[in-house]
Design a protein around this ligand. Structure first.
Ligand SMILES: C[S@@+](CC[C@H](N)C(=O)[O-])C[C@H]1O[C@@H](n2cnc3c(N)ncnc32)[C@H](O)[C@@H]1O
Length: 315
């Protein structure tokens, strides 16, 4: 039997397959919307609420690592997943960037703003001398506890602390508002401060406060190295063409969020470069030009994944 169109013949098997495909499509359509809304709900959940799930998911692998002694001195997988993806690779990369772009030396006093699970602290133990020092703080107690147990106890000049600061993604029940935080360190006490993938989780008022605090604790000639998603004309064009891996949308003037809800800055936030530069200047920080561009928006030429700004106290 030939098809009426004069096309290829359609046998019983093909008809069965075609019918089951139609059924699949109907079934998929029925499933799609609840699945999509469940995925959306999951995406919107704070990392803090997802932690027990990741802990359970990674439990067999973490147990295996423990039994085989294969953890390699790294945090458990669930913690790395939560606050420090590609732990070893990014740690190595930033150790090089700190030296090359931030002129970090072995005797420097270093501050790690939002230290997570020690992704940067661990490689810094190989660089900093006994005359140098490291202080890191974060708002996820489990991450800080791991750092204290596994890095602080082995390196007397490495200190970690928890600040109970509110962040919808990482610590939604925190007692302190980030825009009112005072870093627990004296004025002019560090040569080098850095924040890797932290300003990308702060709202405008919080970022301005953290820049002012970074400025306060830096010595004259000190350097701040901070990563951002900075929206310049090229990034804007690339985002419009959906060239990159992150689909930010402008939800307030100059502020672009990943979840596309105004005010949802803590999940991930990009800011107009002009705005970020105004905040840095307001904080009394002078940018060491140029800004080092990141690949996040789909740029062919880049230094790292996020954009990197190095700045020093201006007066
Ligand atoms: C993507 S993780 C990066 C962690 C670490 N800097 C690294 O590169 O491995 C973002 C970190 O920022 C921390 N964070 C978010 N808001 C913060 C705040 N207001 N103050 C300090 N840390 C914060 C989170 O707890 C989390 O550890």
């Amino acid at each position: 039997m030939t098809a009426r169109s004069g096309g290829p013949t359609i046998g019983a098997r093909e008809r069965t397959i075609a019918t089951s495909r139609r059924r699949e499509t109907r079934a998929a359509r029925l499933l799609k919307s609840p699945l999509r809304s469940a995925a959306r709900r999951w995406r919107y959940l704070p990392s803090a609420s997802k932690a027990p799930v990741w802990r359970a998911v990674f439990a067999p692998l973490d147990a295996l690592d423990r039994v085989r002694g294969a953890g390699g001195g790294l945090p458990p997988r669930w913690l790395r997943f939560l606050v420090g993806d590609n732990y070893e690779g990014v740690g190595r990369e930033f150790l090089g960037l700190f030296q090359r772009l931030g002129h970090l030396g072995p005797d420097d006093a270093v501050l790690d703003i939002g230290c997570g699970a020690g992704r940067m602290a661990l490689p810094l133990t190989t660089l900093l001398s006994a005359r140098g020092s490291y202080d890191g703080f974060d708002i996820v107690p489990a991450a800080v506890a791991w750092c204290t147990r596994n890095i602080g106890r082995r390196h007397a000049n490495f200190r970690f602390r928890t600040l109970d600061v509110r962040n919808d993604r990482y610590n939604p029940r925190g007692a302190l508002a980030a825009h009112e935080v005072t870093f627990p360190y004296p004025d002019a006490s560090f040569d080098f401060a850095f924040a890797s993938s932290v300003f990308t989780h702060l709202g405008p008022a919080e970022a301005r406060r953290y820049l002012a605090e970074a400025r306060r604790v830096l010595r004259p000639g000190g350097r701040l190295l901070a990563t951002f998603f900075l929206v310049d004309p090229e990034a804007r064009a690339l985002m419009a063409a959906a060239a990159g891996s992150l689909a930010f949308r402008e939800t307030a003037p100059g502020v672009h969020t990943l979840l596309h809800r105004a005010g949802d800055v803590h999940f991930a936030v990009a800011v107009d470069e002009d705005l970020a530069r105004a905040w840095l200047a307001e904080a009394g920080l002078r940018v060491h030009e140029p800004v080092h561009r990141g690949a996040w928006c789909g740029r062919a030429e880049h230094v790292s994944y996020q954009d990197i700004v190095v700045a020093s106290p201006s007066g």
